[in-house]
Design a protein around this ligand. Structure first.
Ligand code: ME8
Length: 522
């Protein structure tokens, strides 16, 4: 884990903090692994990174769940949180710098300080709330927003709430927020989500109820402990707490504003309406971007705890290993769009891309260097090189950088695998076995070097995405050093004296799951 370097600006990325109301599923792993790949990419470029994830532990939903099984809420969530940290994120290789729990004192202090300040400023006032509440989403709705009497976001039943409450004056900031979003086209991404938000704001922002009576499990309102602070108001502030707000000035200087809040599309509204208004009220700069990615679907439905279709990431890790699971999550669906999850697709991806394309390139390359060049890595005779692989590698280098800037994570992997594919085709074109017979030694050496060098470059480019594979490739290439900088992915490495070490296949082929036809045929 990289330590925070003070006095230097940090690239700050966050995931949502998840509700530990149940074990997390593949949908949560999706966001978290994506954030991890982005964090690792920025570290590889030599930037100081702050990558934060965590858990959103208060609120009525958790309280209800804990009551049902007769445990204290803290006891109940703590077990789940420990599981999330280890084994879940540990086995997925999530390299967070900080894990924030909203029940930590450092967070409760910041939330109360902010609440008190907003009351003093007149941005929060006391009134009476009368309307509807969606418990699973922990969100308030007015009568007019309901669809067929249900929550317009998730379609589930809502409950009637009438009680004394504190209100946050969203209405006061409506015009300012609209101007900000219009003036900062990259603030909410993708663009479709930005347009939805503008429409939502144009329909008019009503002041938001930010406290509850009767929900014990929450942060008390300062000087009015009958009220606990609304769980979303509490949760969003985690991004400030983790950056050191009010507690560590130097750290906060370096980290704030956040570069990316990565979230699922269903909570973009909280992050691009309520959150920026909290920050405006505090006179703080807004995050650079809020990126709302799409959903993993099972059939037509969102994968979710309440849908009963949640897939356990631990089972996938047991069956397929960290890199196959990470690769599938990062590659399968264009980042931003919805996409369906199936285990068959995971197996196919692993077999086609990792076992065939990449695995074969490595085994063929090392086999030929072994047979045709006595296991030594041939030297590059640059003046005679055709430049084909060098040229492709240079384009891919730039494409991966651009894709990662735009959070187009799957595109970055598509580019890397285009380079792998080009190298495989190059073997067919150059036919090293004929070059041997024709005694074209310089050409043969350059071809073998080019293939070896492409694999070395691929091992660098893949470092943010896959954890064990880059090392495994490098071991077979005869390289003992781990990857440390993105700029190592440049063609022309001096491989003098290195010897390849042939080894196990990178990804043994997996037998396809659930193939009833072929089972019958057997
Ligand atoms: O909303 N596809 O927590 P949560 C893709 N505590 N991503 C999915 C997904 C799916 N099917 N299901 C879940 C909360 N996710 C609040 C957040 S932030 C200040 C507070 C991911 O446990 C996605 O990132 O319900 C989604 O936004 C998040 O999990 C919701 O997690």
């Amino acid at each position: 884990k990289e330590r925070t370097t003070l006095g230097q600006s940090q690239w700050y990325i966050t995931t949502p903090i998840y509700y530990p109301s149940d074990n997390l599923h593949v949908g949560h792993a999706y966001t978290t692994v994506a954030a991890d790949a982005l964090a690792r990419f920025h570290r590889l470029r030599g930037e100081s990174v702050l990558f934060v994830t965590g858990t959103d532990e208060h609120g009525q939903k958790i309280q209800k769940k804990a009551d049902e099984i007769g445990q204290s809420p803290l006891e109940f969530v703590t077990k789940i949180v420990e599981f999330i940290q280890d084994p879940l994120w540990k086995r997925l290789g999530v390299s967070y710098d900080d894990f924030i729990r909203t029940t930590e004192t450092r967070h409760e202090q910041v939330v109360q300080a902010i609440f008190a300040r907003l009351v003093r400023q007149g941005d929060i006032y006391k009134g009476v709330y009368e309307g509807w509440y969606c418990l699973p989403d922990e969100s308030y709705w007015t009568e007019s927003k309901l669809v067929d009497g249900k929550c317009p976001d998730c379609g589930r039943p809502v409950e009637r709430v009438k009680q004394e409450s504190y209100f946050f004056r969203l209405s006061r900031y409506q015009d300012r927020l609209r101007r900000y979003i219009v003036g900062h086209p990259d603030f909410i991404q993708p663009t479709s989500r930005r347009n939805e938000m503008l429409n939502f704001i144009d329909a008019g922002l009503e002041d938001l109820s930010v406290s509850r009576t009767g929900v014990r499990w929450g942060i008390p309102v300062p000087d009015d402990p009958e009220h606990t602070i609304y769980v979303w108001f509490d949760a969003l502030i985690n991004y400030l707490t983790a950056a050191g707000y009010l507690q560590n000035e130097a750290q906060f200087e370096a980290a704030w504003p956040a570069n990316v809040h990565l979230v699922g599309k269903e909570i973009v509204r909280f992050h691009s309406v309520i959150w920026p208004i909290i920050l405006m009220a505090l006179d703080l700069p807004l995050p650079e971007r809020v990126f709302g990615h799409g959903w993993l679907l099972i059939g037509q439905n969102k994968m979710g705890k309440s849908m009963g279709n949640a897939v356990d990431p631990i089972e996938l890790l047991d069956r397929y290993g960290t890199d196959a699971v990470r690769y599938f999550l990062l590659r399968e669906v264009p980042f931003g769009a919805d996409g369906s999850y199936t285990e068959e697709a995971l197996v196919l991806r692993t077999n086609v891309d990792l076992a065939n394309d990449l695995g074969n390139l490595l085994s063929r390359t090392t086999a030929m260097i072994n047979r045709f060049w006595g296991s030594k890595v041939p030297p590059l005779v640059a003046a005679e090189d055709d430049g084909i692989l060098a040229g492709e590698a240079a384009s891919v280098y730039r494409e991966v950088e651009q894709a990662m800037e735009q959070l187009a994570i799957s595109d970055a992997l598509v580019s890397i695998f285009r380079l792998v594919g080009r190298a495989n085709k190059y073997i067919e074109e150059q036919k090293p076995w004929d070059l041997v017979k024709q005694n074209q030694t310089v050409k043969l050496g350059n071809v073998l070097y080019g293939l070896w060098e492409t694999l070395r470059i691929v091992s660098v480019l893949m470092t943010p995405f896959l954890l064990e594979t880059p090392e495994k490739i490098r071991r077979q290439l005869g390289l003992d050093t781990p990857v440390s900088r993105y700029t190592e992915a440049v063609f022309g490495f001096d491989a003098k004296g290195l010897e390849i070490r042939r080894g196990e296949p990178l990804f043994p082929r997996i037998e396809p799951v659930e193939a009833p036809k072929s089972a019958e045929e057997e």
